[in-house]
Design a protein around this ligand. Structure first.
Ligand code: ATP
Ligand code: MG
Length: 660
């Protein structure tokens, strides 16, 4: 640490990663976007985005104004332009002669499949738009969507966009209570749901949760539109509930998309709730579509004629909005949509799907990669994954060793890996390598995309020099930025714009390495203070995962009498290691070895006081580790708010392990 900067440093830089993977020459030669994009954007950022907006989208009224930030922190992009999102995602591809191209290869969990072309999609979305109109939905209304990951989820979103209504998708795994709160917050007049969906081989009912949510009272819901997915017995309320099959299927396939203002709300979506109560994030149309479309082209290098794209996210999360429904379809992509879990019927289901459809671009989350590492590389090894030419990661920092595993085992040591940093609030990817340009470093998101300005600041709001850590901020408005928290402008200002006035504070810690590349270091809420040293969770976790027996790790700071806080780690072992430990009874040795491993990799200051080997970690329903619950356990408290937890039994198991 340089002396002049020591005082204001907010995060220490511990881990040193020297591996780097330049793009394969043939990939670089054919890449959609080259290094000149950075120069273009730097010359005139607004004109760069205006060009993308015009090249990638069809506008019914062209815009004359690019960015208006006079109402900061609420931006207006392309404010006097008009367009329709569904027309951009569907109709214009049919008009351009691509109606026969497959838009969606749907794979149901039980193995049923559907092939939906762009022409089919246009008819379905048009029918659904007519049905929603018949149910009273008007431009400017809100519609709640509570569906499994079936094509109707995408169709319903696009149907809302087609009539100019905003959707509020609620993840199908959420309870009636969560649904109730979100319906009320958004004032949704219609809910689109299904009888149920398939999960782990079972038909899970969904409709009863909608009934329960409405029965709680206070909702403005007039109608419920019900997709038949499982065929299970479903109670329908006369006059309120209608079947998709009776309304959408019989509606006209002719529908004129409603051109809306670029700033018309496209959707409301709640954050994952990793750090607390979810926030209702509001996105609008023109800027959101511009940046999602651009990033699919630039970061995923999508070639719509030849690629088969698969983003594994549920539409209940922002990734499913930006990189299942809008970004890929606006580009005319062919994509895979898979309903179920990765271990049904077997733990190689994903790899079987990649081989079956010849997936070329795969976008998933570190949690899935680490789970696959835990299960062992023999499973992907059973399938031909040679079609894959690009791999993406999003949702959490990816530990360098998980990155290496992803590249080697899934990507055949050939496909570039892009680690993409963004948030529900940013709407689209912000910091990521460009696969045909950047020499990728395992575990680093590296570079703000062309047209995006980010920095890492110290406590005092000054940019940190290279080699130092601090707070990640975005320093200029971007097209897909949130336009606010639904119904709460003050909370928008307070949450994101008050820590560093005039700059958007993302809530994440980050460092710049010696080359100026950005490394994400986890939530600032999770930063530990060990004997006066501020340490991030991510680097210690990555050091643990770099040991060959560890698949996944979570680190927290627990109160300690001598050091203020002490590092407490929770680790999941790889399947091969668990078998060996069981045979040889070497559990205690593993813990000692891992403590020393951390000390050796990043220094004695980071050596965990204790390490607990666990079978599972507490995660949100979107798969992110919830460290605040582990901190409760490590400090001997009952775990706090667990309502956004995917599996509440995990906390009981861990608490028992801790005291036992
Ligand atoms: P809440 O804001 O309610 O706590 P959340 O932040 O988990 O929920 P999301 O918007 O889904 O909700 O997640 C965004 C966050 O995910 C980022 O702020 C960051 O912490 C993390 N993240 C996403 N992608 C990456 C990445 N590539 N590297 C590191 N962290 C990432
Ligand atoms: Mg967040």
């Amino acid at each position: 640490m340089s002396q002049e900067h020591a005082g204001t440093e907010s995060l220490e830089n511990l881990l040193h990663e020297t591996r780097s993977f330049p793009p394969p020459a043939d990939f670089a030669a054919r890449a959609n976007v080259t290094a000149s994009a950075y120069e273009d954007a730097a010359r005139d950022r607004e004109q760069f985005w205006a060009r993308q907006a015009r090249e990638l989208l069809s506008w019914s009224t062209d815009f004359t104004e690019v960015l208006d930030f006079s109402g900061a922190p609420v931006a207006r992009w392309f404010g006097d332009g008009r367009l329709n999102a569904a027309y951009n995602a569907v109709d214009r591809h049919v008009e351009a002669g691509h109606g026969e191209r497959v838009a969606i290869h749907f794979e149901g969990e039980p193995g049923d499949t559907r092939t939906i072309t762009y022409a089919d999609l246009k008819d379905e979305v048009s029918r659904a738009a007519n049905a929603l109109t018949d149910l009273g939905v008007r431009t400017g209304d809100r519609v709640a969507i509570y569906l499994p990951l079936v094509p109707e989820a995408v169709i319903a979103m696009l149907a809302c966009a087609r009539v100019g209504a905003a959707h509020s998708v609620v993840f199908g795994g959420f309870s009636a209570e969560a649904l109730h709160a979100r319906i009320i917050d958004a004032e949704a007049r219609v809910v689109v749901t299904a009888d149920g969906g398939y999960r782990r081989g079972k038909a899970m009912a969904l409709k009863p949760a909608v009934d329960e949510a409405i029965a709680k009272g206070g909702t403005p819901v007039e109608h419920v539109l019900v997709v038949r997915r499982t065929g299970q017995d479903t109670a329908m309320t006369d006059g309120r509930d209608v079947w998709w099959d009776d309304t959408v299927a019989t509606a006209s396939a002719e529908h004129e998309p409603v051109a809306v203002d670029a700033e018309n709300p496209l959707f409301i979506l709640y954050t994952s709730g990793t750090t607390g109560k979810p926030k209702g994030i509001m996105h609008t149309t023109g800027g959101f579509l511009t940046q999602t479309a651009y990033t699919v082209r630039a970061v995923f290098d999508l070639k719509p004629e030849t690629d088969v794209y698969w983003c594994t996210a549920d539409v209940g999360w922002v990734t499913g909005h930006s990189y299942v429904t809008y970004g890929p379809l606006v580009n005319g992509a062919t994509q895979v949509l898979y309903e179920g879990t990765p271990d049904t019927p077997d733990k190689d289901r994903w790899w079987q799907i990649v081989a079956k459809y010849g997936v070329t671009i795969l976008y998933t989350a570190p949690t899935a990669i680490r789970t696959a590492m835990k299960w062992g590389e023999e499973l992907p090894g059973r399938h031909d994954l040679s079609s894959l030419r690009l791999l993406g990661s999003v949702g959490e920092p990816i530990n360098p060793e998980a990155w290496m595993w992803y590249r080697r085992v899934i990507g055949g040591d050939r496909a570039p890996v892009v680690d993409t940093w963004w948030q529900t609030e940013t709407g689209a990817i912000m910091i990521s390598p460009l696969p045909g340009v950047t020499a990728a470093k395992p575990g680093s998101a590296q570079t703000p995309l062309p047209g995006i300005s980010a920095d890492v600041l110290d406590e005092a709001g000054q940019p940190v020099p290279d080699g130092h850590g601090g707070y990640l901020v975005l320093t200029e408005p971007w097209p897909a930025m949130l336009r606010g928290i639904w119904g709460d402008p003050q909370r928008y200002q307070d949450t994101y714009w008050s820590r560093f006035p005039g700059k958007y504070f993302a809530g994440d810690g980050a460092k710049k390495d010696e080359d100026g590349d950005v490394w994400l270091l986890g939530r600032v809420d999770d930063v530990m203070n060990i004997s006066g040293h501020r340490l991030s969770t991510t680097e210690i976790e990555s050091a643990l995962v770099s040991h060959p027996v560890v698949a996944e790790a979570a680190v927290v700071g627990a109160k300690d009498d001598t050091t203020g806080q002490a590092v407490v780690a929770f680790v999941i072992l790889r399947a091969e290691a668990v078998e060996r430990a069981d045979e040889e009874g070497e559990g205690a040795d593993v813990v000692a070895e891992l403590r020393n491993h951390v000390a050796k990799e990043i220094g004695p200051i980071a050596k965990p006081r204790s390490i607990l080997v666990v079978a599972e970690l507490p995660k949100t329903r979107s798969g992110k580790i919830m460290r605040r619950l582990l901190r409760d356990v490590a400090e001997g408290r009952p775990a706090g708010d667990v309502t956004t937890l995917a599996d509440s039994s995990v906390m009981e198991q861990i608490s028992t392990g801790m005291s036992g």
